[in-house]
Design a protein around this ligand. Structure first.
Ligand code: 2M8
Length: 460
C-alpha cells in the first residue's frame, strides 16, 4: 500500500524524469525558500497551495517543507485566520494586490507585515503537517525528532486557525463552514456558486480595475469571465466595508455559502490535527477530535440519496446541486461506512465521472460531464485538476479502497506524463494542458505520487 508503490509500476526512466521535472518546477517557482504557485500568474504565497507544496517537498527536503508552512503562517491574523494570499512585497503584477484588500488599514486583526488578503482557503495545513512529520519519521532518527520539535511549534498556530473556523465560521444550524467568497472554496468559478453569485450585484461604487490574469493564459475562456471578476471584486469591497469582521459579514455579505467540501477538509484536517497533537504529547487531542466529528456530521447531513453532498446558500436556504466534484465531500470527510464507500467508488468510476465515455483519461473532471454546467475548458467548471485527484486518491486510500486509489493515481500520472507540462488543469475530453504549464501544486502531487512514502493506516 502507499503512494510510493506507484513509482514501481512506472518505467524507472520515466519516473526519474518526471520526479526531476517536478522538483525543477518547484525550484522554478521559488523565491528564496518560498514556493509560489506559478511564476507570472500567481507570484505570491497561496494558502492551500502551500500545504500541497509542503506535501510534495516532504519527499525531497522536509526542512524546506516546514519552512514553506512556517512562511505562510507569518501572515496568520490575530483572530487565527490564515489568509488565502500572503503577499511578497517584491512581486508585482497580481490583481487584486495588497492595496485593493487594504486589510491592515481596515482591521487590527490583520498583520502590518507581511501584507495579506482578507479571506481564507480550505484548511488542509494540518494534513500537510502530519504528512511531513510522517515523511521525516521514515527518513532517520534525527529527522524524526526534529519533526516532533517542529510540530510542537506549529501546533499552536494550527489550533488557532482551526479555532477561528469553529468560532467565526461555523454556521450554527448546519454546522457547515461558511464562506464569504467563492475564492475561499479554492474552486473559484465552479458552478456550485452560480446561484449565490447571481445574487451578488456589483454597485456603481466598485472601483475600476485592470485584470492581470489574462496576460498569462493563451485563451481567456480558460479563466473566469469579466462579469465573474466584477462580483469577486465587489465581495472584496463588501468585506472591507465590514472591517473584515466575521460576525458582521455573516449578516451583511451578499455571498454566504455553507461549503461542504471545505467542511469535509476541515473534518479530515482535524483528524490529522488530533494525531499531530497526540504525537507531540499536547493536550488538545480531544478538542480536535470533537471538531472533526462535528464537521463530519455536518457533511453527512448534507448528503443526499445519491451519496453525494450539496452546498447550501445560507442567504436563501437553497440547496446548491450543480454536479461538481465537491459532491464527493463525504469521501473526503472520512469514516464512511463500507456500503457508502462502495457507492462512492462506483459513482467516481461511473459514467457521470471518471468513466464517462467522452473522456480521454479516466479521471474525475471538476464538474460532471453529465451536468448541464459542464464546460471542459473553463477553469473549475469542467477541467481535470491533478490536485483534486490527489485529494480523492488520498481519501480513498485512507478509507481502505486501495485499488481505486491506485487506479486514480496511475491514471493521473499517465495523464501528466503523456500530455506534457505540469499543468494547472487539463481539458478532460482531449487531455490538452490548460492554465499555467508549470504549476507548483501539480508538481508537488506528482512528486508525492512518485517519491512519497507509505501512509500508515489508522487503527480500525
Ligand atoms: C486560483 O485562484 C486564484 C484566486 O485565489 C486566482 O484565480 O487568481 C484557484 O485555483 C485557487 O484554488 C488556487 O489556490 C490559486 C493559486 O493556485 O489559483
Amino acid at each position: 500500500m502507499g503512494s510510493n508503490n506507484y513509482a514501481r509500476e512506472f518505467p524507472e526512466k520515466l519516473t526519474v524524469t518526471m520526479a526531476a521535472r517536478a522538483a525543477h518546477v518547484l525550484g522554478l517557482n521559488s523565491d528564496g525558500d518560498v514556493v509560489k504557485p506559478a511564476r507570472g500568474l500567481y507570484p505570491h504565497q497561496w494558502s492551500w497551495d502551500t500545504a500541497f507544496i509542503a506535501i510534495g517537498l516532504s519527499a525531497i527536503d522536509v526542512d524546506l517543507a516546514y519552512r514553506n508552512l512556517d512562511a505562510l503562517f507569518t501572515g496568520q491574523w490575530r483572530n487565527g485566520m490564515v489568509p488565502h494570499i500572503v503577499f511578497d512585497p517584491d512581486a508585482k503584477g497580481y490583481f487584486p494586490g495588497p492595496d485593493r484588500w487594504a486589510c491592515a488599514e481596515v482591521t487590527a486583526d490583520a498583520p502590518a507585515a507581511p501584507l495579506t488578503s482578507g479571506i481564507c482557503q480550505p484548511p488542509v495545513h494540518a494534513i500537510a503537517a502530519l504528512h511531513c512529520v510522517r515523511a521525516a519519521a521514515r527518513q532517520s532518527n534525527s529527522t524524526a525528532s526534529a519533526a516532533l520539535r517542529w510540530a510542537e511549534t506549529f501546533l499552536p498556530k494550527l489550533l488557532s486557525w482551526h479555532r477561528f473556523l469553529v468560532r467565526e465560521r461555523t454556521e450554527p444550524s448546519t454546522g457547515l463552514v461558511r464562506i464569504f467568497h467563492g475564492w475561499e472554496s479554492g474552486m473559484d468559478n465552479s458552478p456550485r456558486f452560480d446561484d449565490p453569485y447571481s445574487r451578488v450585484c456589483p454597485g456603481p461604487s466598485l472601483p475600476p480595475y485592470e485584470r492581470r490574469d489574462l496576460k498569462y493564459v493563451s485563451d481567456a475562456a480558460q479563466r473566469p469571465t469579466n462579469q465573474e471578476y466584477d462580483r469577486y471584486l465587489w465581495l472584496v469591497e463588501e468585506a472591507k466595508q465590514a472591517g473584515y469582521n466575521q460576525q458582521v459579514l455573516s449578516q451583511s455579505s451578499s455571498f454566504n455559502v455553507g461549503d461542504v467540501f471545505f467542511t469535509a477538509l476541515f473534518a479530515a484536517a482535524n483528524d490529522d490535527l488530533a494525531e499531530l497533537a497526540a504525537l507531540a504529547g499536547a493536550p488538545e487531542v480531544a478538542e480536535a477530535r470533537g471538531y472533526a466529528e462535528r464537521a463530519r456530521a455536518a457533511v453527512a447531513a448534507r448528503t443526499g440519496p445519491t451519496g453525494l453532498a450539496s452546498d447550501i446558500d445560507l442567504r436563501t436556504g437553497e440547496d446548491l446541486e450543480a454536479g461538481t466534484i465537491a459532491g464527493f465531500a463525504p469521501l473526503i470527510a472520512g469514516q464512511v461506512e463500507p456500503h457508502e464507500l462502495d457507492r462512492l467508488v462506483r459513482l467516481l468510476k461511473g459514467p457521470c465521472w471518471a468513466g464517462h465515455p467522452g473522456l480521454k483519461w479516466a479521471l474525475p473532471p471538476s464538474t460532471s460531464p453529465c451536468s448541464a454546467h459542464f464546460r471542459p475548458r473553463s477553469y473549475w467548471r469542467g477541467p481535470v485538476w491533478p490536485v483534486t485527484n490527489w485529494l480523492l486518491a488520498w481519501a480513498l486510500e485512507r478509507a481502505g479502497a486501495d485499488q481505486a486509489a491506485a487506479d486514480l493515481r496511475r491514471t493521473a500520472l499517465e495523464q501528466v506524463a503523456v500530455e506534457g507540462g505540469l499543468a494547472e488543469y487539463y481539458e478532460p475530453n482531449t487531455g490538452e494542458v490548460l492554465g499555467t504549464v508549470n504549476h507548483s501544486w501539480t508538481a508537488a502531487v506528482v512528486l508525492d505520487w512518485l517519491c512519497g512514502g507509505d501512509l500508515p493506516r489508522p487503527a480500525t
